[in-house]
Each structure stands twice: as structure tokens, then as C-alpha cells.
Write a protein that binds this ligand. Structure first.
Ligand code: SF4
Length: 488
């Protein structure tokens, strides 16, 4: 873990303001250090998606720049920050459950600061509940003003005993070049856009993350270049719908064009992106991916349902026929690609025939994997008001039927790579066996192979020897058996 440099010479007025607040926060942290006789520790906990994970890196970057050390142990922390998710109701319940436990920690350590941010905080019901049931929370802010974190920390510290709350309903601001604390030295997420304009009827994201805003391509390329200079070899371009990137810029550019520019950055060897909305996936994007040596052979393309009636009720704005045609085009252009998807089972009104349509689509698309979820009713979304909500029993039945097919399809898809040689980016030492490391292939499959910590962050040719369901046991090999397109 290492803090990236942040520059004070960029010309963003808001960036300069926030860097001033980071300096002010440093003064507060230094006084706290003197008081407690050691460096204070911050524990940042992320709920939810890759966008939240990237936001947490930014929040931790500010905390570390101000002088906090980081810890993963809440009991050991002087500051606990929950970066929340509200896509599913059980994510909200997990946060409330953990807050209940923190209440005791706060009794033992009166100086402990508790901070909540992220999607849940954009929901008024959550704020009301926290005010009444968890009044020990010190600071709450939302998704639109995360760049003000240092300023809000100063307000919180300068007003002890009060709950500082700052929630914005919208923003058109994108504040660049604040500190970031990357979790991995060799790979990094890069936000290319924020918010979503699609209003799928089950989804809370457009209400809590606001309308779509794309970052300028020069800022993205600049960030990728700096990441490459600091040793990053893989970037994941992040957005709620990367396929509509650039449409709202003064000089619009397509996502495919952005990828062409990212590809040219020296030092970057792998490029991933997520998430892709099928309605906006262009032929240009398929061409760019197919002709690239750097763009990974994996696309996550959430379909959600195989039933046209449900796709309409979800406001997904494509049909199963359109989706299957996209899959055909992608596989024709890149026969070695892995296609994964998301499925929501138990959406209001879902019938047996709809479930059969979804199963049929899974078989036709031959997904390499699918993340299957039970529909979660989110207050404030249109689908929450639909009359024909399913019983828990029916929802579970639909979910189980689909999961069975997904698992069969994924197992077959994984097994067909047995015996191949491919390149793996080594990511970790195995939790279960210190003599094994875990690598990720371009197609996103995992392989465990003998190795040690020194291999982390490097690309190695690997023979995929044994398929164990959804991952491989492999071994290092030399380049002679290697026939793929990636370069080491
Ligand atoms: S595209 Fe749909 S599912 Fe995805 S974030 Fe936007 S509204 Fe939600």
C-alpha cells in the first residue's frame, strides 16, 4: 500500500481548496498523535461494487496523506469509515448490524470517530434511521461530495459532539488529482464516468449516484500514464455504463476511441472495463477489442433476464434477440472471449415461462459465468410499486432453477480450457497454501500454481493442468508452448 503523489499545481480551484483542507487536517491529526502518543489508525470498510472500492482508495488516500495509518481491524481503529452500498436491501442491513457492534466500541473509546458515506447515505430513510438509532455517528456524507472529505473531516473535528451531515442531491463537478491510496501496486481501477441515465426499474443507482458525467479523456489518459509510471500494468476502466462514455462531453468521443487511446499508454499491458450495458455496445467497440493485444478477453454484459416481457418491465431497452445477436457478434470476432453476465431472478411478475426463457438464453449464450441474484425491492424505484411481487418461496424456486443451469454451463466452459497455456497476472499468495500463488487469466479465470510472493504483480505463462469447477490448478511453463496474443 502506498500513497500516490498528489499535485498542487493543477489548476482546479476545488482541488486547491481541498488540498488546503488536507493540510489543515494534518494539523488536527498531528495534535491527536501527540494526545494519544502514537499514530492514529483508520479502518475503511467497503460495501458493494468496484466503483465503491475505488472511492474507498480515494478516501484512504486522504486519510493517509493527513497522517493516519490504516488498519483492517475495527477494534484497533481510532476512525472507522463505512463506504456503503444500497443496491440490495441486505447490504443496508449489514451496515446497520455492524453499526450496532460499533456502538460498544464507541463506549470503550470516546475518541473513536465513526463516519458513513456512499450510496445508502443518499436515501433520506437511512439518514433518519441513523439520526434516531445511531446518534453516535460523527460524520455522514453522500456520493456527490466525496471530494470534500478532508473539509468535512475538519468540520467534524472542529465541532465535537455534533453529527456533521452533508448530502448533495446532484453535482456536475468532477474534482481531479486528490490523493489515492491504491490497494494493489500492479493494478488499479480508473473511473471514467460517474452516475447513470438508464433508470432500470429495479435499480437505485441513478437516484443515489446522479446523472451520467464523463471525465475528460485527457484526464483519464494522464491518470493511466501516472499509474503506469508507478508500476501498474493492468487498469480496469470503471463506469455504471462504460458504453455510453463520452456522450455528454463538449467534444464527444466514443468509449471505443477512449480504449484506443488507453492502449497507447506505455507500460500498460492489460485493460479491463466494466460495466457494459447491452443496448449501447457498439460494433466499433467489438472491433477495437478484437484487434487489441492489451484489452482482456473478457466482457461482462449483464442481461438480467431472458424474457422479453421482463426486459421491458425492467426498462432494459433491448430484447433477448438483440442480446443473443450481440453475443454472436462478439464470439465471432473473438472466439476465445469469456462472456459473463448478471441475472435477477424473482422480478415482479416473473412466471415459469419467463424462467424457461432465461434458462434457454443462458444455454444459447453459453455464458462462461453468471452472477445470479434474487430480486431485492428498493424503495423509491418503480419496480418496488409493481403489484405482482413474488413470494419468497417462488423467488427462491426461480433462483435455484436458474443457478443450477448457470453452474453447469460455467463448469463446462471452464473445463474446455484444460491443457491450454495462457498468461496469468499473479495477484496473491493463496490463503490456504503459502506454497501456491493465485493468478488471473485474460479471460478472468483464476489459476493456482506453485510460487511465492516475489511473483505478485508479474505476468507468467501458465499451463492449465486441472480444472476444479470454476478455477484451475496449473504450473509455470516456458514461452515455447505459449500461443496467445498477450505480450509478457
Ligand atoms: S444501467 Fe440500469 S442497472 Fe446499471 S446502474 Fe444504470 S439503472 Fe442501474
Amino acid at each position: 500500500m502506498r500513497p500516490e503523489e498528489y499535485s498542487s499545481h493543477n489548476d482546479g480551484e476545488e482541488t486547491r481548496r481541498q488540498i488546503m483542507y488536507i493540510d489543515r487536517l494534518k494539523g488536527h491529526v498531528s495534535r491527536l498523535t501527540d494526545e494519544i502518543g502514537r499514530t492514529p489508525k483508520a479502518c475503511v470498510v467497503t460495501f458493494g461494487c468496484q466503483m465503491n472500492a475505488r472511492d474507498s482508495e480515494k478516501l484512504l488516500g486522504i486519510l493517509k496523506s493527513a497522517g493516519y495509518a490504516d488498519t483492517e481491524d475495527e477494534k484497533d481503529a481510532d476512525l472507522i469509515l463505512y463506504n456503503t452500498c444500497s443496491v440490495r436491501d441486505n447490504a443496508n442491513q449489514r451496515v446497520y448490524g455492524r453499526l450496532g457492534a460499533i456502538k460498544n466500541l464507541k463506549k470503550e473509546n470516546r475518541a473513536l470517530k465513526v463516519i458513513l458515506c456512499g450510496c445508502m447515505m443518499q436515501e433520506q430513510d437511512c439518514i433518519d434511521k441513523i439520526k434516531t438509532s445511531y446518534s453516535f455517528v460523527d460524520l455522514i456524507f453522500g456520493t456527490h461530495n466525496i471530494f470534500k472529505f478532508a473539509e468535512l473531516m475538519c468540520t467534524m473535528i472542529e465541532n465535537p459532539g455534533e453529527m456533521t451531515i452533508d448530502i448533495w442531491q446532484e453535482t456536475d463537478q468532477i474534482v481531479e488529482e486528490l490523493p489515492v491510496e491504491r490497494k494493489y501496486s500492479y493494478k488499479s481501477g480508473v473511473n471514467i464516468m460517474f452516475g447513470c441515465n438508464n433508470f432500470c426499474t429495479y435499480c437505485i443507482v441513478p437516484y443515489v449516484r446522479g446523472r451520467e458525467r464523463s471525465r475528460a479523456p485527457e484526464d483519464i489518459i494522464d491518470e493511466v500514464r501516472k499509474l503506469a509510471e508507478s508500476g501498474v500494468i493492468e487498469v480496469m476502466l470503471l463506469g455504471q455504463n462504460v458504453n455510453s462514455y463520452g456522450r455528454n462531453l463538449d467534444t464527444p468521443i466514443s468509449f471505443a476511441e477512449l480504449l484506443r487511446r488507453v492502449e497507447k499508454v506505455d507500460g500498460i499491458k492489460r485493460i479491463r472495463f466494466m460495466t457494459s450495458h447491452p443496448k449501447d455496445l457498439s460494433d466499433e467497440l467489438i472491433e477495437v477489442c478484437a484487434s487489441s493485444d492489451k484489452i482482456c478477453r473478457h466482457i461482462h454484459l449483464p442481461v438480467q433476464s431472458g424474457s422479453n416481457a421482463l426486459l421491458k418491465a425492467m426498462n432494459r431497452r433491448y430484447t433477448r434477440e438483440h442480446y443473443l445477436e450481440l453475443v454472436r457478434k462478439i464470439r465471432t470476432a473473438m472466439p476465445d472471449i469469456s462472456i459473463t453476465t448478471d441475472l435477477i431472478m424473482g422480478f415482479p411478475g416473473e412466471t415459469d415461462a419467463d424462467v424457461e426463457d432465461t434458462i434457454d438464453l443462458i444455454r444459447q449464450a453459453e455464458f462462461d459465468n453468471a452472477y445470479t441474484f434474487q430480486y431485492s425491492k428498493r424503495t423509491g424505484t418503480p419496480a418496488a410499486g409493481y403489484p405482482d411481487q413474488l413470494s419468497d418461496e417462488a423467488m427462491k424456486d426461480h433462483f435455484d432453477r436458474v443457478l443450477k443451469v448457470v453452474q453447469e454451463t460455467a463448469r463446462c466452459s471452464c473445463a474446455k480450457h484444460t491443457g491450454e497455456t495462457d498468461i496469468a497476472l499473479i495477484e496473491t499468495v493463496s490463503d490456504h497454501d503459502p506454497g501456491l500463488v493465485t493468478g488471473r487469466l485474460s479471460n478472468n479465470l483464476l489459476v493456482h500454481l506453485p510460487g511465492d510472493e516475489s511473483m505478485i504483480g508479474e505476468l507468467y505463462p501458465v499451463k492449465l493442468e486441472e480444472c476444479r469447477g470454476f478455477y484451475f490448478i496449473g504450473s509455470r511453463t516456458d514461452r515455447s508452448g505459449y500461443t496467445e496474443r498477450e505480450t509478457l
